[in-house]
Design a protein around this ligand. Structure first.
Ligand code: ATP
Ligand code: MG
Length: 268
């Protein structure tokens, strides 16, 4: 029996590589023989489709789980290509905000559902939507840590402060376990001087909360979802695949290290 480490992959900026990170990290951890559940918290359903699961055929999905109509065990689907379980999402999930608002523990619904399956997994990854909405709040309330994928672009740091403040607020008010696990630099192009400069700024600002692994811009990672496969399975020798496998290893080391010095640290 294992009790899962639960991580949100979050950034309220759109198109920064959250879903690509969630899918490939899930597959990388599964390849290390870890039991993994990937929760698709985005009505776009990209993590579902990219795992090879048809979002439109998922009649039992995260929406029914959040409103308390079904349990995760009954809604989860296997990603055959990735070797992990998926809790699928589709457009139905966009209605959940309205249903949740009427509930008492509106930001705790996902946490309650997860508590029933936490012992079945080593890792539960939550792919957040590009918003700081009630859905994302449910993700943050459920998690031990947040992984923030980011592109090293001019406005990247500016946009981060809203997310960092949200993490601090959630830590203070709803979930004292929540920590910023780390920032992951993605879609990186070493030839672009500006990216190197922003990357250095991120290191100065966030210190050891920045992952050492850097995920390069790599077309194989972008092609993989249309084949319903994680990039690390689609072309395991590509530079992108190698980076995500390395990231999985780095994350496992970091989780062990954090466990040793838990509680003593502010969330960010
Ligand atoms: P959203 O905010 O809409 O949920 P997201 O943050 O989940 O977006 P992704 O969907 O993972 O971002 O990525 C956005 C686009 O960039 C996708 O087309 C994806 O295939 C591509 N992409 C992501 N990472 C890489 C990479 N390292 N190299 C090349 N393309 C990438
Ligand atoms: Mg996404």
């Amino acid at each position: 029996m294992s009790t899962a480490s639960i991580f949100c992959i979050a950034n309220q900026k759109g198109g920064v590589g959250k879903t690509t990170t969630a899918i490939n990290l899930a597959a990388a951890l599964a390849a290390m023989r870890k039991q993994v559940l990937l929760i698709d918290l985005d009505p776009q359903g990209n993590a579902t489709m990219g795992s090879g699961v048809d979002k439109n055929k998922a009649e039992q999905n995260l929406y029914q789980v959040l409103i308390g109509d079904t349990a995760i065990t009954d809604a989860k689907v296997r990603s055959e290509s990735g070797g992990y379980d998926v809790l699928p999402a589709n457009r139905e999930l966009s209605g959940a905000e309205i249903d949740l608002i009427q509930m008492d523990d509106r930001e705790q619904q996902l946490k309650q559902a997860i508590s029933q399956v936490a012992d079945d997994y080593d890792f539960i990854l939550i792919d957040c939507p590009p918003t700081l909405s009630l859905l994302t709040l449910n993700g943050l309330a459920s998690a031990h840590g947040v992984i923030i994928p980011m592109q090293c672009e001019y406005f990247a740091l500016e946009g981060l402060s809203d997310l960092v403040n949200t993490i601090k607020r959630v830590h203070r008010n709803i979930n004292p376990d929540l920590q910023l696990i780390g920032l992951l630099r993605v879609m990186f192009d070493t030839r672009v001087t500006l990216q190197q400069q922003v990357s250095a700024q991120i290191e100065t600002h966030f210190g050891d909360r920045v992952f050492k692994t850097i995920v390069p811009r790599n077309v194989r990672l972008a092609e993989a979802p249309s084949h319903g496969m994680p990039g690390i399975i689609y072309d395991k020798n590509s530079r992108g695949a190698k980076a995500y496998i390395e990231f999985g290893e780095e994350l496992i080391k970091r989780v062990k290290r954090e466990a040793l010095r838990q509680q003593a640290r502010p969330p960010v």
